[in-house]
Write a protein of this length. Sequence first.
Length: 325
Amino acid sequence: MASDVDLRKLRYFLAVADEGNFTRAAASLHIAQPVLSRQIQSLERELGGPLFVRHPRRLELTPAGRRLLKDGRRLLASAARLADDVRGLATGLRSLTVGHHRAVPIRRTVLAFRRAHPGVEVTVVPLDHDSEIRAVLTGAVDVAVVCLSSPPEGVATAVLRREPTMVALSTAHELARRPVVTLADLAPFERARFDDTGPGGRPLRDADDRLDLLADSSAVHLAPALVARRYHHPDVRFIPVSDAPPTPVLAVWDGARDTRLIADFTSVALEAYDAMDGNTRPAGPVRGAGGGVPGGEGGDGGRGVGGRRDRGRGRASAGRASVGR
């Protein structure tokens, strides 16, 4: 008789598959690596075979692992939705969990939504750029507001606004005195890579660490203008890129869970972003910095650099934008 799938072990498996590394997955789960390894081995025994091929420096999913990865997120999300629905029926309370990239302002949106829906408990969860889609698909958040030019299949999106694309570079860079640059100007320079560690293996903990890395580098980094408004560094400058497509700010949610609350939140978010004044086109170069922003390689091919909004909702195209190259 087949055994039931342990949702906790499934969550551990998804973390390892996402990180591609037991050490990073254990850190993200806040458990010890040996514990994680034992739990994955136990899951493999329960399912009758290996889920990973363990190479010396990397992990590779087996066919069974690929199948579990494909459907495992849905299973976790369904379990989370069931718990929320039952809790709502039992307590009479409704809830909405909203995720957002740390550079994306959502305070006005959340306040407006709470005013319009006083009976809904709203929880706000800041997300790192590499965890946004995972949070949506696993049900950790109901909807997320992010900068992401190419979301993967399985999520639905609404464009809230389009942010001008800028380049962040060191104030010592040879382009730093330019009032505006083009993509051709940037072509000779390496794109910044924000990996897990900086020089000497020191961990990159947050945006400030990434800014320090960029300030000491000749590399360049494309990012939406909202990053320049959110982060500042005395040795990093943001300059408009005249011919780069804008970066969309998106509301993203699980395409299989298109609820009325999510639709209402998206409508409120559109109105809140419409009400923002003077934030769609910076006047010129900006001192400040940011890093690790999804969609940092530019936008989604929209025309122009200013606040035209596409209010259409629908499935997103496959593939994620990468930061650096």
